[in-house]
Design a protein around this ligand. Structure first.
Ligand SMILES: Nc1ncnc2c1ncn2[C@@H]1O[C@H](COP(=O)(O)OP(=O)(O)OP(=O)(O)O)[C@@H](O)[C@H]1O
Length: 614
């Protein structure tokens, strides 16, 4: 996603396209926003009225009064008109801003809700593989920037452009030649602005990427400081950080140096219009009083043309910057969600079947043609060397991803027919990475089943062998564990996670290395809990320590993404294949008790072919 986002952002950022996408995705009524925008334009155009009143007054008293405007010579009438103008401007500003804000926040609220809902439906595996920080950035900083497109920048930009256009139209009506003089350098200004846009966009992206890299390095440095100091490498890292910050400094200076040129040119060109206006006045050199009054109006109103154009350029830069965030969010929106059925199918049968399942991560194959059946209320262990695809297999069952080929079913129903929500109702999961939340032990275990009584929580904790260590904590079950389970060991966190899964009483339990981080005694207790569970639920567990899977009803042996053996502990030992070799290796290292050699390691007679067992 990171790279993808950068690529997407590398493309042209088109404000209008971004605004349209936000509106479409939000689906909220945009009427109030457009109405507010209209009122904001009128409000800004009211800035012209005091000048027009002054013009009217001058024309009436000095030169050529317009019929019906004789009142303009009377100061009280002028004062009343001016007061009316200010009142009108205030009303327009109040209602314009109110409608713009109400409309904007409604649009953005719906956009934000839609985006969060979309993220919720993304394959879980995709989310966990993204850097969480990056996703958090997208959903907070980038969404806030997108919000500013509507709440502030676009309304200000459109109102400024509206004022500039109205002013030039008015001036053209008074004297087309003078208006043309004021306008003649605007094309050059627009060209300069286009140039600066490219410079700023590209440099902005490079700076953003560099900034993210520096921030990532810094976070990694702080997080790994203990290891770096132990290996005496913190000095190297400081140098890496210095180099990264230096590159960021150079990039920032370059933006000022190269980006500043076109912006200054734009400014010069827009303000140069005033010079052209003066030259045109001198060239036309009409002595009549009426012309002098017109010229005065021109000079006064020229600033109502130039000023908003300068403002608009600034708003446009901010808007483009905000639209870069929209382009990044667009990438997230376009990431396909898992297909969900219109009506989730349900089944009382919880037999799990992998049917010729193949799966690859971004083209890198992880599982090939995997087929096996897990009968209801049995324990199936998945074993194999590191990287064999054991966790991937569980992740497919938990629908972190859908397989590219083959079918994964529960009770004969494809997981895609069951749908994620119903599927998660069927699953209890304990994975290697344990997610604990800020709250008490009780709260954390109760995540498994919100309605569970305190007694049920205690029973689940006892079954997962948590009770003893929890009671040693300062406040027992009321002890706060903090985000990430700070203050608890890896094994303790894992046992709490198991208790949570047990409390859920789901018919299918997926365990990924639950005994990896616990001592021999806890390992035995957890094993017993799992065996007890098998009486009423189906357990599929990944394990490295073969000792923990001896009792399993069947053991699936994976190697390089393929099922190479399947059977009970005894049968696999007799088969003398990969499982038997792994057992022998663990036996030699003391991980499993000795005496297993008698099962015939190295004697392939009796080995099951996959055809027998699948
Ligand atoms: N999120 C991912 N993106 C890309 N490749 C991945 C991802 N997760 C796993 N892999 C790759 O898929 C293959 C199988 O990995 P998997 O984690 O399923 O193996 P494993 O048998 O569980 O390994 P271990 O016992 O070391 O945990 C490996 O080559 C691994 O590098």
């Amino acid at each position: 996603m990171d790279d993808g986002a950068e690529n997407a952002v590398d493309g042209e950022v088109t404000v209008w396209r971004s605004v349209r996408r936000i509106m479409t995705r939000s689906g909220a009524a945009a009427g109030p926003f457009w109405l507010g925008l209209g009122l904001r334009i009128l409000e800004r155009c009211c800035e012209l009225l005091p000048y027009l009143l002054a013009y009217l007054w001058l024309r009436t008293v000095l030169a050529d009064p317009w019929p019906g405007f004789a009142w303009a010579a009377e100061p009280p009438a002028l004062a009343a008109a001016l007061a009316g103008v200010f009142g009108l401007q205030w009303l327009l500003a109040y209602h314009g801003q109110r409608l713009c804000f109400l409309g904007s926040y409604r649009i953005i609220q719906a956009y934000r809700a839609g985006l969060t809902d979309h993220v919720r439906k993304l394959p879980l595996g995709l989310l966990s593989s993204r850097r969480v920080g990056h996703l958090a950035d997208l959903l907070t900083d980038d969404v806030n920037r997108v919000e500013s497109i509507f709440t502030h920048v676009s309304a200000d930009l459109v109102a400024a452009l509206g004022l500039a256009l109205t002013t030039i139209a008015l001036l053209a009506w008074v004297d087309g030649r003078l208006a043309a003089a004021l306008l003649c350098v605007v094309p050059v200004a627009v060209l300069a602005l286009t140039l600066s846009r490219r410079v700023f966009e590209r440099a902005g992206l490079r700076k953003h990427a560099r900034y993210r890299e520096s921030a990532g390095l810094l976070v990694e440095f702080v997080g790994g400081l203990a290891t770096l100091r132990l290996y005496n490498r913190s000095g190297d890292w400081l140098q890496r950080l210095d180099r990264s910050f230096e590159a960021l400094r150079r990039l920032s200076l370059d933006i000022e140096k190269w980006g500043g040129g076109p912006v200054t040119l734009y400014r010069l060109c827009v303000e140069g219009g005033l010079l052209c206006l003066l030259l045109a006045c001198a060239w036309l050199a009409r002595p009549a009083d009426a012309a002098a009054v017109d010229w005065l109006l021109f000079f006064l109103l020229a600033y109502k043309f130039i000023g908003p154009l300068l403002e608009a350029a600034e708003y446009l830069l901010v808007l483009r910057y905000a639209c870069q965030s929209e382009v990044k969010l667009d990438e997230l929106w376009r990431t396909p969600a898992l297909p969900e059925p219109a009506h989730a199918a349900s089944t009382a049968d919880h037999t799990v079947r992998f049917d010729h399942v193949s799966f690859a991560y971004d083209g890198a194959a992880a599982l090939h043609d995997v087929s096996f059946t897990v009968p209801e209320r049995t324990v199936t262990a998945i074993v194999g060397p590191s990287g064999a695809g054991k966790s991937s297999l569980l992740h497919l069952l938990a629908r972190f991803y859908d397989p590219q080929q083959g079918r994964l079913s529960i009770g004969g129903l494809d997981l895609r027919e069951i749908g994620s929500e119903r599927l998660y109702g069927l699953l209890g999961m304990v994975f290697q990475q344990v997610q604990l939340f800020d709250g008490s032990i009780m709260d954390n275990v109760r995540v498994g089943c919100e309605q569970a009584s305190d007694e049920a929580v205690l029973a689940a904790c006892a079954a997962a062998d948590c009770d003893a260590f929890v009671r040693r904590l300062p406040e027992g079950y009321r002890t706060r564990v903090g985000e990430g389970g700070m203050g608890l060991s890896g094994g303790e966190r894992q046992r709490l996670s198991l208790a949570r899964a047990l409390l859920k009483q789901a018919p299918l339990l997926l365990l990924d290395e639950v005994t990896a981080a616990v001592d021999a005694e806890s390992q035995r207790a957890i094993q017993q809990a799992v065996n007890r569970l098998a009486a009423h639920c189906t357990v599929i567990m990944v394990a490295h320590r073969l000792q923990t899977v001896r009792e399993a009803d069947q053991i699936v042996v994976l190697d390089q993404g393929r099922v190479v053996e399947l059977g009970t502990h005894e049968r696999l030992l007799r088969a003398g294949g990969l499982y038997a070799r792994m057992w022998a290796a663990q036996e030699a290292s003391g991980e499993v008790p000795g005496g297993a050699a008698c099962y015939g390691v190295g004697h392939p007679a009796g080995a099951q072919t996959m055809g027998d067992v699948v």
